[in-house]
Design a protein. Structure first.
Ligand code: SAM
Length: 256
């Protein structure tokens, strides 16, 4: 991952240079206090203030946005939760194009949480909420206060195959609870179809994932479909995406 900082670095204190605007002792002490806090925070959380960049996210953000624009209303206010927002590249990209949606990013990894906040600070988007810590394997009651049936969209990109299956189970169970009737769960990634992984590049990728962690690996769409059905969702659409990925669109059943 490539890294760059959103703050201009000052070699003396490696923080934000505010000295020009300091005009009295009280203000100077306050600035010193903030610099100290900033240094301590960077020591505790090395990613603080750093916008991480994932090449895959840079490549797939536009094709995924196209699917969103074709399947999500742009004419009314909606609420969306992104699970495993990663660097923050996706949520800030989508939020710029879909201003009618209030986006809630979330992450499990602490360094990624800081990166998402750095992207938020950089883009200053009023429709992106502060990131919440969210472990997809936990019940939705632990999802940062997200209320049942409060969301129109749950988005999950490239997590299902790079996390233990408990995360996938939690994702579908949680989405079934927090989505409004007719709400949408959109997942993106590589999948196997009827037990077959194709083409060879996905077979190799699946193998390398399982070598890294035996709990990881491509999941079968029929398995995801049965998980969806158990949680009040159904597979409405599959969209083929570049590089042998797919978008899966699961719709929450209405009550009537
Ligand atoms: C390959 S990255 C994808 C990140 C981002 N969605 C993207 O496409 O750039 C996999 C993500 O799964 C997340 N993840 C792993 N375990 C998780 C869990 N228990 N709950 C939520 N997310 C998890 C990681 O933190 C990481 O952000």
């Amino acid at each position: 991952m490539r890294k760059w900082t959103i703050f201009r670095q000052n070699p003396k204190h490696s923080g934000v240079d505010l000295s020009e605007s300091v005009c009295c002792n009280g203000a100077r002490r306050l600035v010193e206090w903030f610099r100290k806090l900033y240094r301590i925070t960077r020591r505790l959380y090395p990613g603080f203030g750093t916008m991480l960049s994932a090449a895959a996210a840079e490549r797939n953000k536009e094709p995924i946005l196209t699917v969103l624009l074709e399947n999500v209303s742009t004419g009314r206010h909606l609420r969306a939760l992104e699970i495993s927002s990663g660097t923050g590249q996706h949520v800030t990209h989508f939020a710029q194009a879909l201003r009618n949606i209030t986006w809630q990013p979330s992450e499990y990894d602490r360094q990624s949480l800081a990166s998402i906040e750095a992207y938020r600070a950089h883009y200053q988007l009023s429709n992106v909420m502060p990131v919440i810590h969210l472990d997809a394997s936990l019940p939705h009651q632990y999802w940062g206060g997200i209320q049942p049936e409060s969301l129109d969209l749950v988005l999950n990109i490239n997590m299902i195959h790079i996390s233990p299956f408990a995360c996938t189970e939690g994702l579908f169970k949680g989405a079934g609870a927090v989505l409004k009737p007719q709400g949408l769960l959109l997942t993106y990634g590589p999948y196997s179809v009827n037990g077959q992984v194709t083409p060879q590049s996905n077979i190799d990728f699946d193998y390398s994932l399982r070598q890294r962690n035996p709990e990881w690996g491509l999941r079968d769409i029929s398995l995801l479909n049965s998980l969806a059905q158990r949680n009040g969702l159904y597979l409405e659409k599959m969209v083929d995406m570049p590089a042998n990925n797919k978008c899966l669109l699961f719709r929450k059943e209405s009550l009537v």
